[in-house]
Write a protein that binds this ligand. Sequence first.
Ligand code: CAA
Length: 377
Amino acid sequence: MLSELQLELSSQIQRFCADKIEPFMEEDDKNEHFRMDLFKEIGALGLAGVTLPEEYGGAALSYQDLCIVLSELAKSSVSYAVTVSVSTMTQSILNEFGNEEQKKKFLPALTSGEEIGAFALSESHSGSDAAALKTTAKKVEGGYLLNGTKMWITSGGIAKTYIVMARTGVEGHKGISAFIVRDGIEGFSFGKKETKMGWKVSPTRELVFENCFVPEENLLKEEGFGFKIALSALDKGRITIGSIAVGLAQRALDEAVKYSLERKQFKQPIFEFQGLQFMMADMATDIECSRLLVEEAARNYDEGRKNQKIACMAKLKSTDTAMKVTTDAVQILGGVGYTSEYPTERFMRDAKVLQIVEGTNQIQKVVIGRCLKNEYS
Ligand code: CAA
C-alpha cells in the first residue's frame, strides 16, 4: 500500500506529466528532442535527487519513494524517467564514495536538476564483461591522462558530470578506477549519437577521451576501487530500471483495457471476448508480480539488507514483463496499436532496451545463479 507521501507524489507527477510531458511526447519522440527546460522543471519539483541527503540539496526520501516517482514518470515518458534514474545513480555514487569536497562541489547542481549526471562504464568490446574495459588513466603530475572511448552512454552530451571507469592498473577488475569528469574539459569530446529503436528522447552517445587531463581530486575513493563502485551502483540502478518497467507496463495495460472496452467488433466490445480478457488478466498479474518484486528490492535496500539477488530478480521480471505487456497491448489495439495514432507502439519500442541496459537480463540470471550457488554451498 502506498504511504500518504507516495500518494501525494504520484498525483503531483501525474498532473505534471499531463500538463508538461504528454503534449510533446509524440512529436519529441519523432524528432529525438530532449527538453532541458522540462528536466529542470522536474528538478524544481524536487524529483532530480530524490534519495540524496538534504545537506546536498536532495529530498532525503527512500528508494521505495524513488521507485514511485520513476514509475509515474515512465507512464508518460521512459526517456525522462531514465534520465532521472541514471542521474540519481551518478549522485548516489558521489554520495557514497565521494569525499566531502567532491560532494559539496558536484552534488547540488545535480540534486536540483540544473545539471544531469551520467555513468560511463561500457566500451565497444566490454559490455557484459565490464571488467575488460580498455580506457586508460595514466598517472601524471597532479592527476591522470584519460585515453579511450566509452559507448552507449545514456545522457551523453546532455549531462555535465560523468562518472568514468578507466584502467589505472593491471588487467581485470582490480585495475579499474572511477573518475568524476566534467563536460567541457580539454581532451573530452562526444562521438557518434546512436540512432535507436526506442528511448528516442534520451540521447545515447560515445564519449571520447584524448589525453584528457583529470585532476587528482576527481578520483573517487582510491585507485583500483572503480569496479566495485560501478557494480554497487548497478545494484541500485537495477531496482530503478525495474520501477520504470513497471510504470511503462501499467500504462500499456491501461491503454489496452480502455481501448478494448470501447472498440466494438461482432456487435460487442472486444473486451468481452474471453481470449482478450485472459490476455489482460495475464498482463495485470505479471505487472503486479513485478511491482511487488521491485518494491521488495527497494525496501531491502532502504533497510540496509544485502539486495543483489532481489535487485537482479526485480530487473529481470519487470523488464521481461514490460516487453511482453507492451507487445500484447499493441496486439489488443490491432492495426491502430501499430501506428503512431496511439502511444502503444512507442511503449513497445521503449520496452526493449530495458531488457538490455544496466546488465542484460542474461547477466541478471548469471548474478542470481551465483547468489544461489553461494547460498547452497
Ligand atoms: N557490489 C560491489 N562489489 C561487487 C559486486 C557488487 N554488487 N559484485 C561483485 N563485486 C566485486 C566482487 O566482490 C569482486 O571483488 P573481489 O575480487 O575483491 O572479491 C569484484 O567485484 C569482481 O566481481 P566478479 O568476479 O563477480 O566480476 P566479473 O568480472 O565476473 O563480473 C558481472 C560480474 C556480474 C558479470 C559484471 O561484470 C556485470 O554486472 N556486467 C554487466 C555490466 C553492466 O551491467 N553494464 C551496464 C552498463 S551501464 C548502463 O546500462 C546504464 C545506462 O546507461 C542506462
